[in-house]
Design a protein around this ligand. Structure first.
Ligand code: N01
Length: 578
């Protein structure tokens, strides 16, 4: 005869699954059959977890570590064959992070930080991937990650308050809560040119680069796109290829990285003051430590402006955005910075006609993602590089031999699509995620994403999105924002457990108010003036909505903390058995 209370059950191991866990289940007695009134487990198996996490990049790994630490059982599903997320897939030549390596790393473990040694100011993709593997091994995370497994659906069962997960290998799992750690830029986008299947050469997308690398020596290569990925790829391909054609639709602003080996005194200083630096990053507008000058670009003399811009150009990196406080709010102020970068492009590129084609004119600086490069503009001084302006001569089709624009055919051995991603919403909407009453996330977001704090969605109880739309995410140092979300989610789950609660769910009112606030803040900036992926403008038919929250990492963190301190204000909480 079963008794009410806590059950402790041991379960066997299955191949590929961690085994022999002891799991607690709360049960009440009804006749001689147990009726489960809370979050725990009706039928014990190793596919039943407290939490399922989708993705094993920076976000998924840290989420798993936190859940483990709190005593929750968790399974991570990862489509790739290894950890790393973005850094697993984006292996194109020259791939590296344009946030400085000391800042683009976890802060949650002082020991981890002290023992890891970055070698360059900006880490390469292989070094970041090594770091993430080190983290996964150091914290013994891989045993709870199922690789080569893509989650195809996550469906909320209202009768049990559980998420049912199905994977592409036919696997099933059940979890009380589900955390989407799927990344903001994980669904790559290839333009739908006619004839694309007829091309007899090789095609690549920067976001899905072959692991064995590609040797372009002696080839005629076409790179389509001039965003961050292309800007890193192009100088490297130009070094190998017999000839490189760059197909540019919209020119981009890029500032030099001035990458170098990480000086030992810089590393030492960082480690000595790490707590202080990390704390500053957590409250900085972008989660980045560059110096933010609060003055208006228009209140200082022309000489002072020039000095600021030269200094930041000379230092390198994203700090150009912090040269003045109004660059992202006032077009006239922004024009001064934009004109500075334009003059730099004209100074680097020898052919004036090529330079003019590379000069961005129709959107303010940094309202499309500011790029950081090593030798990008100078690459166009090479004899083996040709810039093709597809704004004036659009690509019309892919042919067997190459690409045809409105005025010429370019014969190519390889085409590299550096054409970006269906950012922030693509991966989530492509998954069959269903909340209450079977409503899919795709339906719910058909007019653009709606969320409360960018972390939860009304109608989708116990579903968390790490760095989702409506949170600072891509407008910030991703690692700072990931850690903040993971910690907030972990705190929330602890709260639910301590208070005997079964579900948490954003209310429609709170969600509406947050979406209105996100839009209001975005509309106070210059960002809506650009056709950027921040606005969904790079995907035909995607609603034109500013996706991230631009109110600032520090302000956002404070808001999240206040919400939690007020007993999760704006969320509906339901008790076990209710
Ligand atoms: O993608 P993008 P990305 N015909 O969307 C062009 C992060 N990242 O992979 O601007 C012709 O920026 C498109 O043209 P247009 C970073 O956040 C970080 O480069 O739409 N061209 C554009 O030039 C970044 O912002 C690092 O007119 C077409 C390019 O393809 C984000 O990832 C490194 C086209 C796409 O640029 C995405 O960057 C790399 C078409 N049909 C990336 N469709 C770091 O260092 C698209 N394009 C951290």
């Amino acid at each position: 005869m079963p008794v009410a209370g806590n059950w402790y059950l041991s379960v066997p191991s299955f191949p590929g699954f961690p085994g022999g866990r002891r799991t607690r289940a709360s049960a009440a007695v009804q006749g001689d059959r147990p009726t489960f009134v809370c979050d725990m487990i009706a039928i014990m198996s190793d596919s039943t977890f407290d939490g399922v996490i989708v993705g094993a990049g920076f976000a998924g790994l840290y989420m798993l570590h936190r859940l483990r630490g709190l005593g929750f059982s968790a399974r991570v599903y990862e489509a790739g064959s290894g950890v790393g997320g973005t850094w697993f897939w984006n292996r194109y030549p020259g791939a590296r992070c344009d946030v400085e390596s000391l800042e683009y790393s976890y802060s949650f473990s002082e020991e981890l930080e002290r023992e890891w040694q970055w070698t360059e100011r900006y880490a390469t993709q292989p070094e970041i991937l090594r770091y993430l593997n080190h983290v996964a091994d150091r914290f013994d995370l891989k045993r709870d990650i199922q690789f080569d497994t893509r989650v195809t659906s996550a469906i909320f069962d209202e009768s049990s308050n559980r998420w049912n997960i199905v994977t592409d290998s036919g696997g099933r799992a059940s979890a009380k809560f589900c955390v989407m750690a799927t990344g903001c830029l994980s669904t790559s986008k290839v333009p739908e040119y006619p004839g694309i299947d007829s091309f007899q050469g090789k095609t690549y997308h920067t976001g899905h680069w072959p692991h064995e690398g590609v040797d372009f020596t002696g080839q005629r290569v076409g790179v389509i796109g001039t965003g961050s990925s292309a800007i890193q790829t192009i100088p490297n391909v130009a070094n190998q290829a017999a000839h490189l054609f760059v197909f540019q639709r919209t020119p981009n602003f890029s500032v030099p990285a001035h990458n170098a080996p990480l000086a030992s005194d810089v590393d030492k200083n960082w480690k000595a003051h790490r707590a202080e630096y990390r704390q500053r990053a957590r409250t900085a507008p972008f989660g980045l430590l560059f110096e933010q000058n609060d003055k208006s670009a228009l209140e200082v003399s022309r000489e002072e402006r020039q000095r600021q811009y030269e200094e930041r150009w000379g230092y390198g990196g994203l700090g150009m955005m912090g040269a003045f406080g109004d660059l992202l709010f006032n077009k006239e102020a922004n024009d001064t910075a934009a004109e500075f970068v334009r003059s730099k492009i004209r100074g680097i590129v020898r052919d004036p006609a090529v330079a003019e084609t590379l000069v961005p004119r129709d959107y303010p600086l940094a309202t499309k993602r500011l790029c950081v490069d090593t030798g990008y503009y100078a690459t166009f001084n090479r004899d083996n590089v040709t810039l093709v302006d597809t704004r004036s001569t659009p690509i019309e089709e892919v042919t067997a031999k190459g690409l045809r624009t409105s005025d010429a055919e370019y014969e190519l051995d390889s085409i590299v699509f550096a054409t970006g991603f269906d950012a922030m919403t693509g991966t989530l909407c492509n998954m069959d995620i269903r909340g209450r009453a079977g409503v899919t996330l795709k339906q719910k977001w058909s007019e653009g994403p709606r969320s409360y704090l960018g972390v939860m969605v009304a109608g989708f109880p116990n579903l968390f999105i790490i760095t989702g739309p409506g949170s600072p995410s891509v407008m910030s140092n991703m690692i700072v924002s990931i850690e903040q979300h993971v910690d907030w989610i972990a705190g929330c789950l602890e709260y639910l457990r301590e208070h005997g609660l079964a579900t948490i769910e954003a209310t429609v009112d709170a969600e509406d108010a947050w979406v209105a606030h996100v839009n209001e803040v975005a509309n106070a900036t210059l960002f809506p003036m650009a056709n950027s992926w921040y606005m969904g403008a790079n995907v035909p038919g995607k609603p034109r909505v500013f996706l991230p929250y631009i109110g600032g990492v520090g302000v956002y963190r404070q808001k999240c903390e206040e919400v939690a301190a007020k007993g999760y204000e704006g969320f509906a909480l339901s008790a076990c058995g209710s």
